[in-house]
Design a protein around this ligand. Structure first.
Ligand code: ADP
Length: 463
């Protein structure tokens, strides 16, 4: 079924001139909200400006965070919404919007169940930086979560006949004299068209690929590469602010610590690699941080190194636990060696130094005590099983925490905190949930929790 499904975008000739709700963007938030809205009886249209669907969600690798799930219990993990809340709040510099965070954490378990009920089973668990428990739910095969989610959602949406158009860029939101949403203007494969609608869900993602917005909000980051797809240019923020919406925390941009960037393309090496036991060493082969600190902390530690880059080191045992590593190997991004000595030689390091580092680390794993850096997660296996591997990484722009001001019902708010009737936003386009640092695994969770919420709230709004 879903595995063999090949997505085909809707024929541009079939675009209707009116519908119940227009959903802008085909990442996790857009597709989840479309499915939820459709299941509540609405007729949505999804518009995606790029030639391919899936947005940055397609690139997400580690997992989807959630607490108090049956999957966790099956793995013997007793968790709570309040711990999930507190750890996300701490990790976000206590700048997270408490209402959004509360809705998010308390609906995370339900979101996993909802996916499961739709046949999207995330039965395996891993851990990401800043979390004390295994909350990152992922497919049993340990395959990257993003593509798995998108492919399944596309299949489900095809079953219920939701049209999805590609090369369809929304250029303007239209509102009535009383300030209610009444339509959108879209450029569909070069043709300008208007769709009349009473509700719009902005699911356009962030602005991690926009030099223009980065220059405005974070000029200090202009030299950084980005992990984002080219379409992540903050369009939703621009479209909504033109109608008076408020954008918040726009300077809060996340740098991901472990990005392979030695070729033209950037490859994010997901946190699951460290979560399953990898360590980070500097160019001399010495550890320099708790590898599972929050992204902000680990990225800063790497930037502080003279070379501003480091190596992820792991063994066959870790490789077996993260399917994406096969892909990185195939792409030639991973150095492989039959022994630690050979790996050190390949990395231009003193053999004894790398040897000592691994010896100390393996002792830490055995004694469950990392005396050097106090790491206490991702320590379930020693690095002892040949072959040994290394990936050269450095920090890159990854995620924009800021965005449109919404309430916990995903309604977009204006500068005075008033609701803009008919305008909803979910996913990375919205600001406030993550504070100044997003926790790995929380973005996929955000797209599902708030994508569902947007679909439900639109249905209620249109009643
Ligand atoms: P999220 O994780 O919040 O769902 P993604 O980055 O996965 O966000 O997806 C957002 C999608 O929205 C991307 O595929 C992007 O190309 C699309 N998009 C952005 N701006 C527009 C626009 N103006 N019109 C249509 N699609 C857009």
């Amino acid at each position: 079924m879903a595995e063999k499904f090949k997505f085909k975008p809707s024929d541009p000739k079939t675009l209707a001139d009116s519908c119940d709700v227009v959903i802008i963007g085909s990442g996790g938030a857009g597709l989840v909200s479309a499915l939820q809205a459709r299941e509540l009886g609405l007729r949505p249209i999804v518009l995606e400006k790029m030639p391919i669907v899936g947005g940055n969600t397609l690139r997400a690798s580690s997992g989807m965070n959630a607490a108090e799930t049956n999957v966790q219990l099956r793995h013997g993990i007793v968790d709570s919404f309040s711990e999930f809340y507190q750890e996300t709040y701490q990790g976000g510099g206590r700048l997270n919007d408490p209402k959004l965070l509360s809705y998010f954490t308390t609906h995370s378990g339900q979101a996993i169940d909802w996916l499961h009920w739709h046949g999207i089973k995330l039965n395996d668990l891993t851990i990401t930086g800043g979390m004390s428990k295994k909350r990152a739910h992922r497919p049993q095969s340990t395959a990257p979560v993003g593509a798995f989610l998108i492919n399944n959602l596309l299949w489900l949406l095809a079953q219920v006949e939701v049209p999805i158009f590609t090369n369809a860029k929304v250029e303007k939101l239209l509102k009535s004299e009383e300030g209610k949403i009444r339509g959108v203007e879209v450029d569909l494969a070069g043709q300008k068209q208007t769709i009349v609608t009473d509700a719009v869900i902005l699911a356009t993602g962030g602005f991690g690929a926009s030099k223009e917005l980065m220059k405005r909000y974070r000029p200090d980051l202009l030299s950084y590469k980005t992990t984002n797809q080219n379409g992540a240019t903050g369009d939703g923020i621009k479209l909504a602010t033109q109608l008076g919406a408020q954008a918040i925390q726009m300077e809060m941009v996340q740098i991901h610590p472990t990005v392979q960037q030695d070729t033209d393309h950037t490859y994010l090496i997901g946190e699951a690699v460290r979560g399953e036991g990898a360590i980070l060493v500097d160019h001399s082969g010495v550890r320099f941080t708790d590898e599972l600190g929050t992204r902000k902390v680990v990225a800063n530690k790497i930037t502080d190194l003279p070379q501003k880059s480091a190596y992820l080191i792991f063994d066959e045992g870790v490789k077996q636990r993260v399917k994406a590593l096969d892909f990185y190997l195939q792409k030639g991004l991973v150095l492989q060696a039959e022994s630690i000595a050979e790996l050190a030689t390949k990395l231009n390091m003193e053999q004894t130094t790398l040897h000592d580092t691994l010896l100390r680390w393996n002792t830490a794993v055995e004694t469950k005590k990392d005396v050097q850096f106090g790491r206490h997660t991702g320590m379930q296996r020693k690095l002892i099983q040949a072959p040994f591997y290394a990936i050269h990484i450095a920090p890159a722009i990854h995620y924009t925490m800021g965005g449109l001001h919404i309430d916990e019902k995903t309604r977009v708010l204006d500068e005075n905190g008033e609701i803009i009737p008919g305008l909803f936003a979910a996913g990375e386009v919205a600001g406030g949930l993550h504070g100044n640092n997003r926790i790995g695994g929380n973005s996929i969770a955000e797209t599902v929790v708030f994508g569902r919420q947007a679909g439900q709230q639109v249905a209620q709004y249109l009643e």
